[in-house]
Ligand binder design. Structure first.
Ligand SMILES: [Zn+2]
Length: 233
């Protein structure tokens, strides 16, 4: 195994580990993300509150109609009870009953409106409760999938760590130091494969001398443009 190949193999392992660590971070972030669920909860709560309010209004309207009917009953029983004989008094009472009945019809209209409003509020509440349930299920399914992925790639990472340790045994301390330094300064990529006479990391074409030098198994050559270690593949 050539020195560049050993470093290239280490690079492949490290790139996969980098990807896994980034993905774990992303998953942890996604697992905390529940804005759609929170929104559905808030919406369902508002619908619940609106329904409670509509029910209260409806009960009040029913109550008012009931009380008005009672008033009319009492006035009519006085009117037809026979105890009052004075014509003026009877006329006044008659007018009062008529006026009570007019207001009763206003109250009955209000009651009907309140009943319709309650029906609508109940329908909306039912809908948002159903939507909340669907959102909850989706959220829980998504969380389960993410947790499973997390577990799976953590196992991959542990296998890769073993491979990395094995790969390190054949790399000299100097080569590893060089590799580590380049990884830090070249966005994680220290070794670049040569493809079509060019550095696959930065795309620059290699001159003939460098290309020939890159064939040597015991020599480390760098791309003249990006400085990465070249591996001929
Ligand atoms: Zn390059």
């Amino acid at each position: 195994m050539s020195r560049p190949f050993k470093l290239y193999r280490l690079q492949q392992i490290d790139s996969q580990l980098d990807w896994i660590h980034n993905r774990i971070q992303e998953i942890d972030h996604l697992l905390k993300e529940d804005s759609a669920l929170q929104e559905a909860i808030a919406h369902a709560e508002l619908s619940d509150q609106a329904l409670q309010k509509a029910r209260k209004e409806m009960r009040r309207a029913e109550d008012e109609v009931r009380q008005q009917r009672l008033k009319i009953e009492q006035s009519e029983s006085s009117l037809y009870g026979g105890k009052i004989r004075n014509p003026k008094e009877l006329k006044d009472l008659e007018n009062e009953v008529a006026s009570l009945k007019r207001y009763l019809s206003v109250l009955e209209d209000r009651q009907l409106e309140a009943m319709l409003a309650e029906e609508e509020a109940a329908e909306r509440q039912k809908q948002s409760a159903a939507e909340l349930e669907v959102t909850r299920q989706k959220h829980s399914q998504r969380s389960n999938e993410l947790m499973q992925e997390r577990e799976r790639i953590l196992k991959d990472a542990s296998r890769l760590e073993d491979e990395r340790n094995a790969a390190l045994t054949s790399i000299s301390a100097d080569d590893l130091a060089l590799y580590t330094q380049l990884r830090k300064t070249r966005r994680g990529v220290a070794v670049a494969k040569v493809a079509d006479r060019a550095c696959s990391a930065c795309g620059s074409t290699l001159n003939a001398a460098l290309l020939s030098a890159a064939h040597s198994p015991n020599q480390i050559n760098h791309c003249e443009v990006c400085g990465r270690i070249l591996y001929l593949g």
